[in-house]
Design a protein around this ligand. Structure first.
Ligand code: ARG
Length: 393
């Protein structure tokens, strides 16, 4: 009996070719597809896996889990890598790895495999997570090992083995997509000076072609979790999908980024994240209203660390759990609503409210209703500046 291996299969060229390549090396291949909101595993992709020699295709819809256990915690932590990347791809990897391990146990596999190259971050994220969860599983990375040196060679191999790939479908980019966003790289984008051509973007309209009239959206949060959109209660998946559609029409959430990969190189990536951009603006704003200064600043100081852990594939680690506990504690007050205006690529907060608001109009006002004791400021400033008095001379 041949040994069983579970492959994280996307339906794209690399993993389709990988199915056949692995069977040629004696593996009984179970193809695992996770629905993370990339449009869902198509029946063509499932057929392709079988045509390529997969003994079985396992499909799991993990969108809800993705939102509740990965996207919301990252949103609440304000996880943005190097100030620009909302981590859509990075967040999906530990989730897919977790299910890959579960499926491997189910089918009594000895190994798992993925279709990542040896230059990227995703191999690190998959493999580190798999090894944390089950170090006994072997890991095979066909794309890192095989003989193909170009896309054309892979296509020729696929044709030779009658794997039904639609060559016209492959754009000259490498694309990864899920509910939280889309990552696009390679092709002409490899020149960092070249502006992304119009065909780079998947869903978000260019600001020049965005809707001519502004839209206002209201996001309601309960303990840091987005629950309402324009007053309607929606589950997380629906809320993100809806906000992606609205934001895309208004040109919100495109970015063009030079980023520092785990493996040490710089790369250029184009991102699309409409819902993420809007929700992040809204969530940050609500926290400014409800968290006291010290807590707010301490939390802001941790956001970059959290983002780095996610980016670097360290999702299932003690520091990340400890940060989750901290962030979770801060979210108890983050209930309320934020109103935003979307217009031709910009997303601006125009109003916010909360039952836990720390804003006191009677203290902030410049009108006659002022209750702030301005005379107390004099003594406060005297002591506050005392340690430095005369030190500038
Ligand atoms: N650079 C991003 C990351 O490391 C995206 C990687 C996948 N990108 C892609 N275009 N296939 O998270």
């Amino acid at each position: 009996m041949s040994r069983t291996l579970v492959l994280a299969y996307s339906g794209g060229l690399d993993t389709s070719v990988a199915v056949k390549w692995l069977t040629e090396r004696g593996w009984r291949v179970v193809a695992f597809m996770a629905n993370v909101g990339q449009g869902g595993p198509s029946s063509a992709a499932i057929q392709r896996a079988k045509a390529a020699g997969a003994a079985k295709v396992v499909v799991r819809d993990v969108r809800r889990e993705f939102v509740l256990d990965y996207i919301w915690p990252a949103l609440q932590a304000h996880a943005v890598y190097e100030g620009k990347y909302l981590l859509a791809t990075a967040l999906s990897r530990p989730l897919i790895a977790k299910h890959l391990v579960e499926v491997a146990h189910q089918v009594k596999a000895k190994a798992v495999a993925h279709g990542c190259t040896g230059k990227g971050n995703d191999q690190v994220r998959f493999e580190v997570t798999v090894r944390i969860l089950d170090p006994k599983l072997s890991i095979v990375a066909p794309v890192r090992e095989w003989e193909f040196r170009s896309r054309e060679q892979e296509i020729a191999y696929a044709k030779r083995h009658r794997i039904p790939i639609d060559v016209t479908k492959y754009r000259p980019y490498s694309i990864d997509q899920n509910l939280w966003g889309t990552s696009i790289e390679a092709g002409v984008l490899e020149n960092p000076w070249t502006a992304p051509p119009a065909d780079t973007f998947r869903s978000i309209r260019s600001p020049e072609r965005a809707a001519r009239r502004a839209a206002t959206v209201t996001v309601g949060f309960m303990r840091g979790v987005p629950m309402h959109l324009n007053g309607r209660r929606l589950d997380g998946v629906a809320l993100i999908e809806r906000l992606n559609a609205i934001g895309a029409a208004h040109g919100i959430g495109r970015s063009d980024v030079m980023e520092s990969r785990v493996v040490g190189i710089k790369s250029r990536e184009i991102y699309e994240a409409s819902a993420g951009t809007i929700l992040l603006e809204a969530h940050q704003d609500l926290e400014r209203l409800v968290l006291d200064r010290e807590l707010l600043h301490a939390k802001q100081g941790m956001a970059a660390t959290y983002a780095r852990l996610v980016y670097n594939g360290l999702w299932c680690t003690p520091l990340k759990s400890a940060l989750d506990a901290f962030v979770g504690e801060t979210q108890r007050r983050v209930t309320g609503a934020v109103r935003l205006k979307l217009f031709q690529g910009t997303c601006q907060v125009i109003g916010r409210k909360s039952p836990h608001s720390l804003y006191r109009k009677r203290l902030a006002t410049y009108s006659a209703k002022d209750r702030f004791d301005q005379r107390a400021a004099e003594g406060f400033i005297k002591l506050y500046g005392l340690p430095y008095e005369g030190s500038g001379q």
